[in-house]
Design a binder for this molecule. Structure first.
Ligand code: THU
Length: 160
C-alpha cells in the first residue's frame, strides 16, 4: 500500500485590483447579479457570470422555491442559460460571489458539489480548462484554473 495526495492548486488575490481586467469585469458582473437573486428562504444571494469564447457574458443568480430542492444554484442557472443561449460556444471562465442578508460574507463562496459536476461537463464541451473565480461579498478572491482543482477524482461519462 501507499499513501498519496491530491494537489489542488489555486491562486488567492487580495483584491479585485490584482485581477486581469477581463476577470475583474466578470467578477463585478457576478456581484451585480446578486441583486436578481430570489432567496427568500436562505437570505443567501448568489450571483454568477460566465465569459464565453464569442465575447459574450451571461449572468445568473440562485432561484429558490418553497419546495426547497426545486430551487437552483446561481452557477447552474448561469451555465445552463449560457449553453441554452449560445449552444456550442465554449465557456472560458465563471465568477461566483455571495451576499447574505444576515452576515457579511468575507470569505470566497465555494461552489457546491452539484455545480462542480456541471462544470466538469462544461469544461469537457468547451475543450479548455474552466477558470473559476470565487469571492464573498468582500475579501479575497480564489481562482482555479480547471475543474480538477475543485473536484478531484471526477466522474466523467465515457460515452462522450
Ligand atoms: N447556492 C448557490 O447558488 N450556489 C452554491 O454553490 C451553493 C448554494 C444557493 C442555493 C440556495 O439558494 C442558497 O445558496 C443557500 O444554500
Amino acid at each position: 500500500m501507499r499513501k498519496e495526495q491530491f494537489i489542488c492548486p489555486y491562486t488567492v488575490y487580495d483584491s479585485i485590483d490584482e485581477l486581469e481586467p477581463e476577470d475583474a469585469e466578470l467578477l463585478r458582473k457576478a456581484h451585480e447579479a446578486t441583486r436578481n437573486s430570489y432567496a427568500p428562504y436562505s437570505k443567501f444571494h448568489v450571483g454568477a457570470a460566465v465569459r464565453m469564447a464569442n465575447g459574450e457574458t451571461v449572468t445568473g443568480n440562485n432561484i429558490e422555491n418553497a419546495a426547497y430542492p426545486s430551487g437552483l444554484c446561481a452557477e447552474r442557472v448561469t451555465m445552463f442559460a449560457a449553453q441554452a443561449k449560445y449552444p456550442g460556444v465554449a465557456i472560458e471562465a465563471l465568477a461566483v460571489v455571495a451576499h447574505s442578508e444576515t452576515k457579511l460574507i468575507a470569505e470566497p463562496a465555494a461552489p457546491c458539489g452539484a455545480c462542480r459536476q456541471v462544470m466538469v461537463e462544461v469544461e469537457q464541451i468547451s475543450k479548455r480548462p474552466l477558470r473559476v473565480l470565487c469571492q464573498g461579498e468582500t475579501g479575497p478572491i480564489m481562482a482555479f484554473n480547471g475543474i480538477e482543482s475543485l473536484l478531484p477524482f471526477v466522474f466523467q461519462d465515457t460515452l462522450l
